[in-house]
Write a protein that binds this ligand. Structure first.
Ligand code: GLU
Length: 466
């Protein structure tokens, strides 16, 4: 059997980390099993669905590299098919027209609540033969009244639902439009879905969906309901916890692999391994090993993983992403040596590419603003004197490389009985404007001879003032 999974988001809110984790688990499981992964946009709720949310789903999935083998399908493009199945179920007696008015249903409901019963449809129209004048009927599924449905859930284990507890679900509204639970059933059947991996807020829908699938002659898929993600304070993950559009993680300078790595580990583990490449995730992941309990979102750990992935990445692969971040702050360069050099030397002290771009501003601008505090500390009388000596050594260099710069500065330090740090700091402040940068030799090598000497000369001439 070929495994077929799907990710079926509703574009009613922005795709955020919760949805991405469900998508990831479905994608990983399909990849692991050599199966197929389908993307299906469940946009039947026309009032609450937005184009912007659809865009975030499509661009987000592309950014994450969670490529679909089929789709995107859109439920709104399949209404004819749903209507055909409804007609077929009506003809077979598996569904019936319900002429109850809203007022009648509300009254029944109020009585049930008053009797402290669970509100449910009482089956009024189950055996009705005649239409009711002036009422546009809805269509209900004739749910079995006896027996039980057992969901053999891969995460939660066996969960039993008594059919007597499930009422006859509306599958088409009185305006003829198919309902959400019904569209899912037709799609899962038509698309040959073998494994439904979704949030456990859908577990209660599952027995009804299974009954409908059985009525349609299909074998229900295997279900795996994954627990939700909580915010660090233990409440449902919300915007304030970072449940923002997945594309915001791109803007903030996260790597898709780091976000996926973080999300796969939320509620799943493989020994004590923390850092996973995509290939390692595919090889190790099994939906059966996902935890039942909800997990807590930890932004610090995500940052840590992001840096781990930046450290392990081939620098050339990060170049386009760094450039995108630079452009966001109005800077750019197509000098690959410079960009790769920045990545290699800055990634130890930046947790995101955005932070890396911001820390690297001094490589791209003509005039640096010198931080007054750093100037006060390192460019006083003594500092400037040292800077003068550094300048003399540097102008004599015939080769401008990290190695030759290092040797020149070491030599100067040794000749005066200073440590290298003491020599480096005034230079660093003069050329970068701050007291923090990659190692001074690399910094100067990347900055280039002309700009280094010009910045040193400016300080020697004007001091560090504005
Ligand atoms: N469209 C549903 C949602 O976004 C998912 C339904 C499903 O996976 O079956 O919550």
């Amino acid at each position: 059997m070929t495994v077929v999974t799907r990710f079926a988001p509703s574009p009613t809110g922005m795709l955020h980390v919760g949805g991405v984790r469900t998508a990831l688990y479905s994608w990983l499981y399909a990849r692991r099993m050599g199966g197929k992964f389908i993307l299906r946009v469940e946009d039947t709720d026309r009032e609450r669905s937005t184009e912007e949310a659809v865009r975030v789903i499509l661009e987000g999935m592309a950014w994450l590299g969670l490529t679909a083998d089929e789709g995107p399908y859109f439920q709104t493009q399949r209404f004819d098919r749903y209507r055909a199945v409804i007609a077929q179920m009506l003809a077979a007696g598996q569904a019936y027209r319900c002429y109850c008015t809203k007022e009648e249903l509300d009254a029944v409901r109020a009585e049930q609540i008053a009797r402290k019963e669970k509100p449910r449809y009482p089956g009024t129209c189950r055996s009705r033969r005649e239409p009711r004048a002036g009422v546009q009927p809805a269509v209900r599924f004739r749910n079995p009244t006896e027996g039980a449905v057992v969901v053999e859930d891969l995460v939660h284990g066996a969960v039993t639902f008594q059919n007597a507890e499930l009422d006859d679900l509306i599958i088409a509204r009185s305006d003829g439009s198919p309902t959400y639970n019904f569209s899912v059933v037709v799609d899962d059947k038509d698309m040959g879905i073998t494994h439904v991996i979704r949030g456990d807020d859908h577990l209660n829908n599952t027995p009804r969906q299974m009954n409908m699938l059985i009525a349609l002659g299909a074998t229900p898929p295997v279900y795996a309901h994954v627990p939700m993600i909580l915010g660090p304070d233990g409440t449902k993950l919300s915007k304030r916890h970072g449940a923002v559009s997945v594309l915001q993680y791109e803007e903030e300078g996260y790597l898709p692999d780091a976000l996926l790595n973080y999300l796969v580990r939320l509620g799943w583990s493989h020994g004590d391994q923390e850092v996973f490449t995509r290939e390692e995730m595919i090889a190790a992941f099994d939906i059966k090993d996902v935890n039942k309990a909800a997990s807590t979102f930890n932004p610090e750990k995500l940052l840590w993983l992001n840096q781990q992935h930046m450290m392990r990445a081939e620098p050339s692969t990060l170049v386009p992403r760094l450039r995108a971040q630079l452009r966001r702050i109005g800077l750019d360069s197509d000098d690959r040596n410079l960009l790769e050099g920045i990545i290699l030397s800055q990634r130890e002290r930046a947790k995101t590419l955005k932070e890396m771009a911001c820390n690297s501003r001094f490589f791209f601008i003509d005039t640096v603003q010198i931080d007054p505090k750093a100037a006060a500390k390192h460019l006083g009388e003594g500092g400037r004197q040292m800077l003068g000596q550094v300048r003399e050594r540097l102008v004599q260099l015939t080769q401008w490389t990290a190695v030759s710069i290092h040797a020149a500065l070491e030599d100067l330090a040794a000749a005066n009985g200073w440590g290298l740090g003491k020599v480096a700091q005034p230079v660093r402040v003069a050329v970068t404007g701050t007291a923090v940068s990659p190692p001074i030799d690399t910094t100067l090598a990347l900055l280039g001879r002309e700009r280094t000497l010009a910045r040193i000369e400016t300080v020697l001439r004007n001091g560090a003032g504005p």
